[in-house]
Design a binder for this molecule. Structure first.
Ligand code: TYD
Ligand code: MG
Length: 451
């Protein structure tokens, strides 16, 4: 009998070695290597699906891709205007974040447009899906469910039923009997995905696959298959907040900087059409330590509230806690505040929070974070109708940001009357009328105006 070859595969990134390793040399994660077995059969199915031909690039006529609307505007936006037929879309996210709910809603909308949808779940029984569907109030369309985990069986059903849209929930529960490794391992996930990819392209249907993001490393994360699919969407959010963000991190048919915002209610996910309103809801009046800024989420400006609390540090060393912003960025802003604005804040405990569970990565929010800290330190509130937009540099200078006009218009729409922005942005914002726009070039000047 031929010897079965084995290898050790990092379940995080798919790196392969012949020996077990504690730390992955590729992604630096610990304890992610699992022994997997190669099988001869799996090689067979990796053969090409079509005979290629050489073409001169300028003679290729691009066919217009047909897009199917999901019926959910936020989802369509993230996909670049709808689902492309024969595309494979991965929806990744933490367990329990709402991936199954989202896709069942998409499946429902698609079936209402007389598309045939097959929803295959390896996690829930038909009955469980039905309970969820009742909760979501889904229509009586061409939506079929199947509880199955064997990819060969799934393929038979797909061949027989010929759906327009296929949902596989989740990739980590589906296995190919040709691969010796356990379901959810890198070899399985890759094999199943490549089979699904072929099915999708040959049948000209669109397929969504759900992939759980895992921290334990026992099953392969969606990272290992990101390069195989056409589009990668991540569904994010804090479990304790009801807001969810759908973000495209890869899209062969559209841009990747759009996001969709949803709220999880007891009847499923609801689109949030005016995110600024949602994120500013419940903002305290006349309280110190709260500031509003305008962040760009894709091409959309979103107003967000940043809160800070600066307190005496009894421990002898300062505690720095941030939620929603990068710790290092916060540390830098605290240092700038100490050195360049003369606030002795370094030895205090500081807590910074972006409300609504959002993650902010933009430097354009620096000025707001810095002023929220200063406001809490000085115990003086920042005017309720003032918005702060600008990047802060190490010398305390305030730098211009992109899309200033869009940000200011959004602020105006939400009732803000005054804005502090970088001098460099004044030119780009001169079209904005009826708003008191004040240029500031360093943080001292901003402090003078605000406090
Ligand atoms: P689910 O879609 O099962 O998450 P995933 O597939 O990503 O693991 O969503 C699970 C959570 O969503 C669960 O904690 C209950 C909650 N939920 C609602 O709040 N409202 C609803 O209408 C539904 C269906 C779920
Ligand atoms: Mg699920």
């Amino acid at each position: 009998m031929a010897k079965i070859k084995s290898k050790f595969v990092c379940q995080e990134c798919g790196y392969e070695t012949v020996k077990w390793l504690g730390k992955c040399p590729s992604c630096s994660q610990w304890n992610r290597f699992v022994e997997e077995f190669e099988s001869k059969e799996s090689k067979k199915s990796q053969r090409g699906i079509s005979k290629g031909k050489i073409e001169k690039i300028n003679t290729i006529r691009p066919t217009k891709k047909e897009r199917i609307s999901t019926g959910i505007k936020e989802m369509d936006r993230v996909l670049g205007g709808g689902i492309i037929k024969s595309s494979l879309i991965l929806v990744g996210g933490d367990p329990g974040i709402g991936k199954s709910t989202l896709l069942l809603q998409v499946a429902d909308y698609a079936s209402r447009q007389s598309l045939k949808v097959l929803y295959i779940s390896g996690e829930e029984s038909g009955e469980q899906i039905k309970i969820r569907a009742d909760r979501l109030g889904i229509a009586d369309g061409e939506l079929y469910v199947l509880a199955e985990t064997n990819i060969d069986v799934i393929r038979e059903f797909v061949d027989k039923e010929e759906p327009d849209l296929l949902v596989l929930d989740s990739i980590q529960t589906i296995y190919s009997p040709d691969v010796a490794s356990a379901p959810g391992s890198v070899s399985q996930v890759r094999e199943v995905t490549s089979m699904v990819m072929r099915m999708t392209k040959v049948r000209n249907m669109a397929t969504f696959i759900v992939g759980h993001v895992t921290k334990s490393g026992a099953i392969a994360g969606p990272k290992v298959l990101e390069h195989m699919v056409d589009t990668v969407l991540y569904f994010e959010g804090e479990r304790h907040f009801s807001y969810r963000i759908l973000r495209a991190v890869k899209n062969r048919f559209g841009s990747t900087n759009e996001i969709g915002i949803f709220e999880m209610r007891d009847r499923g996910l609801i689109e949030v059409e005016n995110p600024s309103e949602v994120f500013l809801k419940g903002r305290p009046v006349d309280a110190y330590g709260t500031v509003v800024t305008a962040a760009m989420e894709g091409t959309r400006p979103v107003l967000i509230e940043i809160q800070a609390l600066v307190t005496y540090s009894p421990a002898g060393f300062a505690n720095r806690v941030t939620t929603g912003i990068d710790k290092n960025r916060a540390a830098m802003l605290i240092a700038v505040l100490e050195k360049k604005a003369g606030l002795s804040i370094q030895s205090s405990d500081t807590f910074i929070n972006v409300t609504g569970g959002l993650q902010i990565k933009e430097p354009a929010c620096d000025l707001a974070i810095l002023c929220a800290l200063a406001s809490s330190f000085k115990e003086i509130p920042v005017d309720f109708k003032t918005i702060l937009i600008g990047e802060v540099g190490l010398t305390g200078e305030i730098r211009g940001v992109n899309s200033i006009e869009k940000r200011l218009l959004e602020a105006q729409k939400m009732g803000f009357e005054r804005a502090l922005i970088a001098e460099a942005n004044i030119e780009a914002s001169k079209e904005i009328k009826d708003m008191d726009i004040i240029p500031v070039n360093n943080i001292r000047k901003a402090m003078e105006i605000l406090f």
